[in-house]
Design a protein around this ligand. Structure first.
Ligand SMILES: Cc1cc2nc3c(=O)[nH]c(=O)nc-3n(C[C@H](O)[C@H](O)[C@H](O)COP(=O)(O)OP(=O)(O)OC[C@H]3O[C@@H](n4cnc5c(N)ncnc54)[C@H](O)[C@@H]3O)c2cc1C
Length: 340
């Protein structure tokens, strides 16, 4: 087990914020994960599992226990089945699948982070989510110190949710995700932004063209990590799209002069884009609060404008969520995971 002490966590995150980990384990195989869990138990300290750091906000004080950086690598491909080690880069895997003409994850191109991170919040974008293509997830059960394979049906997937970030939070470390893709199938062109990209085309786009279009849309919205671009020190969307009762949606819609956008949700419920709520609560793209701010391309991305502390990001979070609650009676839920 490769163990280091007092390791700054900011470079391990896309926000570029956060103090040190008391201990950091670089886990390149399953055995080191077991050792890391045992080590944390012996020391009586908490353990945090870190992937690509693209959906976390680390506290300025850092983490007082063991951070395990999941760095297991390798992809086994058989037919349409891909067994992908948790530490593999997600976007690289999407490119490989699309390049091999396998459909199912082409709209998830350009999302940062690791493959092991994808089942945790059931990563989704532009009309696809990983719950549609995950066959099973291999995990280390931290309670029993044994490995298990969880079929997708047992992972409790729903919008930005799985058992890994809800009922069984902190119980499992994902070591491998098995994806079942579809060879030679048509790409998913379900989402309005993606449909618009191909509206002038008579023939259907290829998987590669859809993946490229998604990257382009993401880039426009500042949701693609591009080295050196100021809007890129973020964790992507900072707030989840809230799901509200139909009656609450109608009450909001009745007060507004223009239509309030909505996405389908469970019967009797409506999902409202958080970006719309943030904008209509008075926040513009590029809003600044100290060294924190909102992206100049997307109101939903909170950014580190350079040298921001976690406290500054939290101050902006509070300001935005309080205004939204006051205007619409909806409490926004942050998407990034707090570490500290
Ligand atoms: C620019 C940008 C755009 C984004 N766009 C999207 C988007 O469109 N859709 C979307 O869903 N997300 C999006 N995200 C959020 C993020 O990229 C995803 O949630 C990603 O899957 C997180 O993976 P990660 O490896 O970086 O996880 P981390 O950020 O390292 O961790 C996130 C959570 O997952 C847990 N975790 C990570 N790896 C493991 C593991 N192996 N085992 C157990 N738990 C683990 C961590 O403990 C933590 O709770 C975006 C982020 C950015 C910065």
């Amino acid at each position: 087990m490769l163990l280091r002490e007092q390791v700054p966590l900011a470079p391990y995150t896309t926000f570029g914020i956060g103090g040190p980990a008391r201990w950091l384990v670089e886990a390149t195989d399953e055995a080191s994960l077991v050792e890391a869990v045992q080590f944390a138990r012996e020391k009586g300290v908490p353990l945090f599992v870190l992937g690509g750091g693209s959906n976390v906000l680390v506290s300025d004080e850092g983490f007082p226990g063991v951070v395990v950086h999941v760095a297991l690598r390798g992809i086994d491909e058989e037919g349409n089945r891909f067994q992908v080690a948790a530490g593999e880069n997600w976007d690289d895997f999407v490119s490989r699948a699309v390049g091999g003409n396998f459909a199912g994850i082409e709209c998830l191109a350009g999302i940062p982070g690791t493959v092991g991170g994808t089942p945790v919040q059931n990563v989704g974008a532009y009309g696809q989510e990983v719950a549609e293509t995950i066959a099973s997830v291999r995990v280390l059960d931290r309670e029993r110190l044994s490995f298990a394979e969880l079929p997708a049906a047992e992972c409790g997937f729903s919008y930005r949710r799985s058992l890994f970030n809800s009922t069984q939070r902190d119980r499992y470390i994902v070591t491998r995700v098995d994806y079942a893709l579809t060879g030679g199938a048509m790409p998913a062109v379900r989402y309005p932004d993606v449909q618009r990209a191909f509206q002038d085309r008579r023939d259907s786009p290829t998987l590669a063209e859809v993946a490229a279009a998604v990257r382009e849309i993401r880039h426009r919205k500042g949701m693609l990590l591009v080295e050196g671009e100021p809007d890129c020190r973020s964790a992507g969307s900072f707030f989840k799209n809230p799901v509200v009762e139909q009656a609450q949606y109608e009450a909001i819609a009745a007060r507004e002069s223009s239509p309030v956008p909505r996405y389908p949700a469970a019967p009797g419920f409506v999902k409202i884009p958080a970006a719309w709520l943030v904008e209509h609560a008075g926040f513009q793209k590029g809003f600044v609060l100290g060294r924190a701010g909102l992206s100049s391309r997307h109101t939903l991305a909170v950014i580190n404008r350079g040298g921001a502390t976690a406290a500054e990001i939290l101050a902006l979070r509070d300001r935005v969520s309080e205004e939204v609650e006051e205007c619409f009676g909806i409490r926004l839920e942050p998407e990034p995971v707090w570490v500290g």
